[in-house]
Write a protein that binds this ligand. Structure first.
Ligand SMILES: [Zn+2]
Length: 306
């Protein structure tokens, strides 16, 4: 076995699959160009494709396959596009938090980060009708304070970190969360995103090429008992050709069999329940990993240590 500590999944499943979507909408354009986002209408329209066209299509496809997904929504995007969030809720999907305006937590003070996380949490609660318990930090920019803040705000799980192949525990001073680890191989930006206003100009991959990358991860997790959790974007993978690819992918996963399709919240609850019953001992990662600059990198380290 490649994975030393595989999680016993429900009903003897070989792996867990969690489909997640980050509905960034136009928040990322405002963040990148606060002074003149209003003049960049083409990119605006590209991003608004997410809530307007992508989300309803994703929800139809999920319905067809009978699976529930997790949607990460910046609080501001929920306020701007409440109908998209209502559709998620009406169809039984999890709505989770992704910043307020897609601000980067690791560039904020602890107070600022807490302010925005709380504002996002309140917006999602108001619009979805349920307090969110899941979180992905914008651009994976999880900060040294994020765990403490999420614990204080009542969150139970996160998927911003990349430290394992199976869910594990992240622990900070204030408490702990279940980490359902992400990986760049399962993000759709490297495959598809090409837009000069966003300073991201990837050579656009074919849906078949991207599917190869995603499915290689799936077969590996199926073989060795891991968790497959993606990070797709409704404006990007919500496009027709890519959704045809996604349908094919879900079909292949279902045909393979013994797969637990779950939301992130369900995976976190499952892990916590196993721990409570003494049936599984997870890896525990203490955060943050370090504080400040390494002493070895101090300018006088060489002279001092001679
Ligand atoms: Zn995002």
């Amino acid at each position: 076995m490649m994975i030393r500590n595989p999680v016993p999944w429900p009903n003897g499943a070989r792996c867990a699959v969690v489909f997640t979507w980050d509905m960034d909408a136009d928040s990322i354009l405002h963040l990148a160009h606060p002074n003149d986002a209003d003049t960049r209408l083409s990119t605006h329209s590209m991003l608004r494709y997410g809530p307007e066209v992508g989300v309803p299509r994703i929800i139809d496809v999920c319905k067809q396959f009978g699976i529930k997904n997790t949607f990460f929504v910046p609080g501001w995007c929920a306020e701007q596009h409440p109908r998209a969030v209502e559709l998620m809720v009406e169809n039984g999907h999890e709505v989770a938090t992704h910043g307020y305006l897609h601000e980067y937590p690791n560039q904020l003070s602890r107070e600022e980060e807490h302010f925005w996380t709380n504002k996002a949490t309140e917006a999602i609660t108001r619009i979805s009708g349920k307090r969110p318990v899941g979180y992905r930090s914008p651009w994976y920019r999880y900060s040294k304070h994020t765990t403490d803040i999420l614990v204080e705000e009542g969150y139970t799980w996160d998927t911003s970190l990349m430290g394992d192949d199976v869910p594990y525990i992240i622990q900070s001073q204030k408490g702990q969360l279940v980490e359902v680890p992400s990986r760049w191989q399962l993000d759709d930006w490297p495959q598809f995103v090409h837009n000069h206003d966003l300073d991201f100009m990837m050579p656009i991959a074919s849906p078949a090429y991207a599917m190869d990358v995603y499915m290689a991860e799936f077969y590996a997790m199926w073989e060795h008992g891991g968790v497959w959790i993606n990070c797709f974007h409704p404006f990007c993978t919500g496009q027709v050709a890519r959704m045809m690819m996604l349908s094919e992918m879900i079909g292949k996963m279902q045909a393979k069999g013994d797969v637990w399709f779950a939301t992130g919240e369900e995976v976190a609850n499952h892990l916590n329940e196993l721990i409570r019953q003494g049936k599984y001992e997870p890896r525990v990662d203490k955060l943050p990993y370090c504080e400040g600059r390494l002493p070895e990198l101090a300018e006088d380290y060489f002279t001092k240590s001679r």
